[in-house]
Ligand binder design. Sequence first.
Ligand code: GDP
Ligand code: MG
Length: 571
Amino acid sequence: MQDLANRMAEKTADVVKALMKMGVMANATQSLESDTAQLVAEELGHKVTVVKDDDVLNDIKDFEDPDGSLIQRAPVVTIMGHVDHGKTSLLDAFRKSNVVSGEAGGITQHIGAYQINNNNKKITFIDTPGHAAFSNMRARGSKTTDIVILVVAADDGIKPQTIESIAHAKTAEVPIIVAINKIDLPGADPDKVRNELLSHEVIVEKLSGEVLDIEVSATEGTNLDKLEEAIHLQADLLNLKANPHRKARGSVIESKLEKGRGSVATVLVQKGTLKVSDIFVSGSEWGKVKALIDDKGKNIKQAEPSVPVEVLGFDSNPLAGDDFIVVENESIARKIAEFRSSKLQIQKNTVAKSNVEEMFAQINKGEATSLPVVIKTDVQGSAEAIENSITKLSTDEVKVNVIYKGVGAITESDVTLASSGKGFIVGFNVRALPHARDIAKRDGVDIKYYSIIYELIDDVKNLLTGLLKPDISENITGNVEIREVFNISKVGNIAGCMVKDGLISRKSQIRILRDNIVIHKGQISSLKRFKEEVSEVKSGFECGVMLDNYSDIKVGDIIETFEEVSTSRKL
Ligand code: GDP
Ligand code: MG
């Protein structure tokens, strides 16, 4: 609604009125059916052009490669298995074997994936930890892995995460090669492993199945060559090919923010050849490749299929599993990125029923028996204080159950915990990491932010007695990054900022976040665009901010703007 109103440069209230005339009741944050949106826009005298998803996305449609254009590419391998069974050791062993095999430089840099090349036969290993990465990438629709190596320690056998790994590989329809590891240990019993695998429908060659299995020792380096052979054999069966003579397409393996380099993403090229200066779209981002760096830390000019490469040129960090598509020019890239972010916005506005809403309904019906809470705070002391005070609020009907408490930013694992426990998260003077926020939105996990304990206690109390109107909307109105700090004598520090999200207004209340921890709360005393004092600055624009009576700011700090919570939350 709001978006539509903005686009038409109409007052939201006028749109509400027009809608009401049409018999539709909607508030500003609500999504409208496309027919309704079209009608109301026309009603208000605007001309509507309906853009179909297909039209915009045509430019990035994949196409069949012409006959004869496909050439062999290296298999892409992910190592999975139970904790401590030797995944990292195996990855390290392969990395070392390649250094020994004489390539200059050696693989020194950790870039989330690397390629080995023995006797001109290449294998790409994805070096991201475990299943989470694998399933996250899959959840985002990218299939990067050709072969899964399932590591099972011969002295330990099949364990829960082994079973999980098998499930992941099977649902992804990726063939498994079993590496029976730690055969150097006295307690090693490879046959037991083979037999145990049977009951999980992994039938190895030795038991007349089709799954290749190799006994190895990652630390001793035993049979790594055989494992490598098995990978090539499996790869031959899969007949892995790609066309290098086209614009590159690939997937983001991981991304990080690095000092001095900005957002750096490891991209696996899957088709075509990626070159410096290429224009790309990735998720709802676009950019231009500033530099390509290989797994040995060397700048390279281009990367062919199955080559993992660090890409510099992202404005902000993409997510693991985001696609990466080179396009013709900037205008196409911008158009697609804008289209995708507007889609994302719509998704965000139509989150499924949240845990707290459900909880509230259950409590009101007398069905809920416990209120699961994950608590994250800036200091340990507050975590304990909060736990104590809210546990005491337990009633005969509903018990407050703190499933986890800890210090620091709210992470993905906190969200998963709260989600699996059907509870919500309390952030006290801390904020959620962007990725955690996305997952929380997706899974309907509420994150509530507080900086005053009694407000938190009030909320929990009201929730328990079924009094709190489930208001899940955050009162945070903007997110502004400090990119430079100018010290002006007699005036103090002025922050050179970029509005990343929402807006900052002269009247905004603000908090300063450093590494997702709240370090200050207050007001601003001046807001400037260039030399002009302005009343507000919107997302995507730079501005200069001076804080009221506060000067201790650093590059990288976030200014969070917010509105006072309205008191109309109670029924
Ligand atoms: P991950 O959790 O699967 O990544 O397992 P690690 O690679 O971190 O290995 C866990 C432990 O097992 C480490 O102490 C390794 O040194 C040890 N380890 C890994 N592979 C072998 C092996 O082949 N033989 C022996 N004896 N120990 C191993
Ligand atoms: Mg490990």
